[in-house]
Design a protein. Structure first.
Ligand code: AMP
Ligand code: ZN
Length: 117
């Protein structure tokens, strides 16, 4: 798998070729605010390497997935989401995934319903 896919919008955001409102960045992941927020806090956390979806996580690349969860917990603390929050990785067509680069939605600031639609 290429670390950068030239036609992938989130690879371009990770490379700084498309602007985003950053919430956190390090050498492995980027967190940025969703353009179409579904909650008072709505951040996307992505690996900088191109992984198409959660269905593509393997023993070889799962450490970045673990790191995404660490960053989510850190951001939730920083943003004061003390009442809780939701992490979502829409995966594939049935999962409602629209961008084919792994991303975890961090949603918070309001009470969430279950089950989702
Ligand atoms: P999903 O439906 O889980 O694949 O989520 C894709 C998310 O990416 C949606 O919530 C979109 O609003 C968001 N999105 C798409 N393009 C951008 C962008 N350029 N900057 C920020 N968020 C984006
Ligand atoms: Zn990509």
């Amino acid at each position: 798998m290429n670390s950068k896919m030239s036609d992938c919008i989130f690879c371009k955001i990770a490379a700084g070729e498309i602007p985003s409102k950053k919430a956190y960045e390090d050498d492995r992941v980027l967190a940025f605010y969703d353009l179409d927020p579904q909650a008072p806090v709505h951040i996307l956390i992505i690996p900088k390497e191109h992984i198409a979806s959660a269905a593509e996580i393997t023993e070889d690349n799962s450490s970045v997935a673990a790191h995404i969860f660490e960053v989510a917990a850190r951001l939730a603390k920083e943003l004061g989401l003390d009442g809780g929050f939701r992490l979502v990785a829409n995966t594939g067509a049935d999962g409602g995934q629209t961008v084919q680069h792994l991303h975890v939605h961090l949603l918070g600031g309001r009470s969430m319903k279950w089950p989702p639609g």
